[in-house]
Design a protein around this ligand. Structure first.
Ligand code: NAD
Length: 252
C-alpha cells in the first residue's frame, strides 16, 4: 500500500507499540453510512432539538418522545451498515497482537461485526442491538422489539413487568455503568500508545481516558477531521479521512 510520507513516523510508533488502546467515536462509522452527532453533517448540527429529545428524563416522561425514539430505532442506519476500512484496520491491529483494548463510544457494534473480539471491545455507551427495561433491567435482542413495532405497537413496554423499554444505550442524563467505565480507564492507564479516532473528545467521563493515557506515559495519536479537545497534548494529530488514514498507519 502507498503510504503518505507524513504518516510514516506514526506507522513506526504503531509498529513499535505493544499495548495499543484505541478509543473510537462516531466518526469511524460515518463511512459506513451512520451519521455522527457533531460533525458538519451531524444529527445535532442539523437538528439541535434532537439533543434535547435524547435525555432520559424526557424519554421517561413523554410517550411522544418515546414514539419518536422507537421510529428512529426502526429506521436506524445501523441495521444495514457494514464495517468500513477504518474498522478493518483496527481488526488488523488485533491480529498483529497489538490491541490491548478498544474503547468505543459507538453503539453500532461495527467493531465486533468487523472481527474484533468482543472481549477487547469496551462499549462505554452501550449498544443499540439490545433493549433494556427501565423497571426490571431485563435485556433482550433489539430485533424482538422492532418486530413488535412492525406489528403496529408504537411504544412497546416490557413483556415481563410492563416497564418502559429503551435501547441498551446510555442516554443523556443517564448514569454510565461504573464497571464499564472503570475497565476503560484501567486499560487507558496501561496503554503504551493511544489512538483516538473519530471523536471530538468532548463527552465525559470517557474523554478523560485520553489525558489519563498520556499522563501514564502513552504516546497519543489523534485521527479526526476536526479539531478535538486534546489536540494540544497529542504527539500527532492527523486531520484526515479515517477510512484512508487508518489502513496506512495500522500496517500491512
Ligand atoms: P461526535 O459526533 O462528537 O464527533 C465525531 C467526529 O468525527 C467529528 O469531529 C467529525 O468531524 C469526525 N468525523 C466524522 N467522520 C469522519 C471521517 N470519515 N474521517 C475523519 N473524521 C471524521 O462523536 P463522538 O465524540 O463519538 O460523540 C457522539 C456520541 O454519540 C458518542 O458518545 C456516541 O455514543 C454517540 N453516537 C454513536 C454513533 C454510532 O454508534 N455510530 C453515531 C452517532 C453518535
Amino acid at each position: 500500500m502507498a503510504i503518505d510520507p507524513q504518516l510514516l513516523p506514526i506507522r513506526d510508533w504503531i509498529d513499535a507499540a505493544k499495548r495499543i488502546v484505541v478509543l473510537t467515536g462516531a466518526g469511524i462509522s460515518t463511512d459506513s453510512g451512520i451519521p455522527d452527532f457533531r460533525g458538519p453533517q451531524g444529527v445535532w448540527t442539523r437538528n439541535p432539538q434532537a439533543e434535547k429529545q435524547s435525555t432520559i428524563q424526557n424519554y421517561l416522561a413523554d410517550p411522544q418522545v418515546r414514539r419518536a425514539a422507537w421510529q428512529g430505532r426502526l429506521d436506524h442506519p445501523a441495521w444495514s451498515a457494514r464495517p468500513n476500512s477504518g474498522h478493518l484496520a483496527i481488526v488488523h491491529l488485533e491480529r498483529r497482537g497489538k490491541l490491548h483494548a478498544l474503547i468505543t463510544q459507538n453503539i453500532d457494534e461495527l467493531h465486533q461485526i468487523a472481527g474484533n473480539s468482543p472481549d477487547k471491545v469496551i462499549e462505554v455507551h452501550g449498544t443499540i442491538r439490545r433493549t433494556m427495561c427501565w423497571s426490571c433491567g431485563e435485556r433482550r435482542p433489539m430485533e424482538q422489539t422492532l418486530q413488535r413495532l412492525h406489528e403496529g405497537e408504537q411504544d412497546p413496554h416490557c413483556l415481563t413487568c410492563g416497564g418502559i423499554l429503551k435501547s441498551d444505550t446510555i442516554s443523556f442524563g443517564q448514569a454510565l455503568v461504573p464497571q464499564v467505565i472503570d475497565r476503560a480507564m484501567r486499560a487507558a492507564a496501561q496503554a503504551d500508545l493511544m489512538l483516538a479516532i473519530g471523536s471530538t473528545l468532548q463527552v465525559y467521563p470517557v474523554a478523560g481516558a485520553v489525558p489519563l493515557a498520556r499522563e501514564s506515559g502513552a504516546k497519543l495519536v489523534i485521527v479526526n477531521a476536526q479539531p478535538t479537545a486534546f489536540d494540544d497534548i497529542a504527539d500527532a494529530v492527523i486531520n484526515g479521512s479515517i477510512g484512508e488514514v487508518l489502513p496506512q498507519i495500522c500496517g500491512d
